[in-house]
Design a protein around this ligand. Structure first.
Ligand SMILES: [Zn+2]
Length: 137
């Protein structure tokens, strides 16, 4: 889920404190996290609804971060977050790139599960990440 990639990328950025390393390790975290079983609906209609919800939550979370202690001047945080979501933004969001070799590789290596119980892994990443970032205290 995109918000898991955002939060974990942001955590990496905060912890590394260097925007270049933050982007690189945020990017690598994405490739690792895609291998963890996570929920994604099977039916085409539900896929579209779920994806729209994901995009809205991802944008909402960025606004939340901007308003709660992570201004754009915090380049390491935002570089980590950007690295974390870059694969999905480019290779899921851009239709021509999605059909490219890298795009197909990215979508076939996912561990998508159709049972909603697998949302628990996203919840762990988001709640754990928000805790590390200093929220939820
Ligand atoms: Zn991905």
């Amino acid at each position: 889920m995109v918000i898991s990639h955002e939060v974990i990328g942001g955590v990496i950025g905060q912890e590394l404190g260097n925007p270049y390393w933050a982007f690189l390790f945020g990017f690598l975290s994405h490739l690792l996290m895609d291998k963890i079983p996570h929920y994604f609906p099977k039916e085409t209609k539900n896929k579209a609804i779920f994806t729209i919800c994901e995009i809205l939550m991802a944008l909402g979370l960025m606004i939340f971060f901007l308003q709660n202690g992570f201004p754009l001047s915090d380049t390491s945080f935002w570089a980590g977050l950007a690295g974390g979501v870059m694969m999905d933004v480019l290779f899921v969001g851009v239709p021509t790139l999605k059909k490219s070799k890298i795009g197909l590789w990215h979508s076939t290596r996912q561990r998508h599960m159709s049972q909603p119980i697998y949302l628990v892994f996203d919840a762990i990443f988001v709640v754990g990440g928000l805790f590390i970032l200093g929220f939820l205290k």
